[in-house]
Design a protein around this ligand. Structure first.
Ligand SMILES: Cc1cc2nc3c(=O)[nH]c(=O)nc-3n(C[C@H](O)[C@H](O)[C@H](O)COP(=O)(O)O)c2cc1C
Length: 211
């Protein structure tokens, strides 16, 4: 429970605007997107998802549903044991080991795994910062930015690596396409994210629909 409170303190500053659950993610940036509960029963078998995991950089037009976004973020680092505040990803320090942002076409959002919500941090289209020289990422409907405050570089890499693989497997299971990337406009993204001292963006999962 104390860890859950810690998470909440880490994501202060959101308003109560409710985003319609079934709506596509195309409306002007709401202050809070309340995600539906993740669907823990869906998807293909784990072995099949591993068989189909691959990197893709070609996406069809269109965005993910809010349900897909919820499922993907839960896989990336949601809470799977609420009584302990523990995550789908092995982390040592909740709130700073793994910070997840969703960069949508209309804004940058912080994922709050406790309340299962997205909290608007910066309205507007900032996808070019996630893309850097890889232009396709500036057109993608979703860029998931994985940051860590872990001082130990190995631990930080392991943590975002677990999250990245969970996203890959979810995408393989849900028929979505993804690629993990270290390429980004690092300084521009740091300025946008306004992370606390010591936290840094490490990986971006660029996600889209199957062509
Ligand atoms: C740590 C890491 C960083 C990566 N960075 C990029 C990147 O910046 N841009 C990119 O297009 N792909 C990037 N990739 C994806 C690799 O190119 C891809 O995983 C590799 O070609 C193997 O293909 P597969 O994932 O389909 O098996 C990265 C992969 C890893 C593991």
């Amino acid at each position: 429970m104390r860890k859950a409170i810690f998470w909440k303190l880490a994501v202060l500053g959101w308003s109560l605007l409710i985003f319609p659950l079934a709506a596509p993610l195309t409306a002007a940036a709401p202050a809070t997107i309340r995600l539906p509960p993740p669907d823990r029963s869906g998807g293909v078998r784990l072995m099949q998802a591993m068989q189909e995991r691959q990197s893709s950089r070609d996406f069809a037009e269109g965005g993910l549903s809010v349900q897909q976004l919820s499922d993907l973020l839960w896989a990336a680092g949601g809470i799977n044991r609420p009584e302990e505040g523990k995550s789908t990803v092995p982390i040592m320090t909740p709130g700073s080991d793994l910070i997840i942002h969703a960069l949508l076409p209309d804004g940058l959002y912080l994922y709050d795994p406790v309340d299962n919500a997205l909290l608007l941090r910066q309205a507007g289209d900032h996808r070019a910062l996630a893309a850097g020289p890889q232009a396709f990422a500036a057109q993608a409907p979703l860029n998931v930015i994985l940051s860590s405050g872990q001082k130990n570089d190995t631990a930080a890499g392991v943590i975002v690596g677990h999250s990245s693989q969970n996203i890959y497997l979810y995408c393989a299971s849900a028929g979505l396409k993804a690629v993990t990337r270290m390429t980004m406009d690092r300084q521009g993204l740091r300025d946008l994210l306004k992370l606390p001292e010591g936290q840094r963006p490490l990986l971006i999962l660029t996600v889209g629909l199957k062509p």
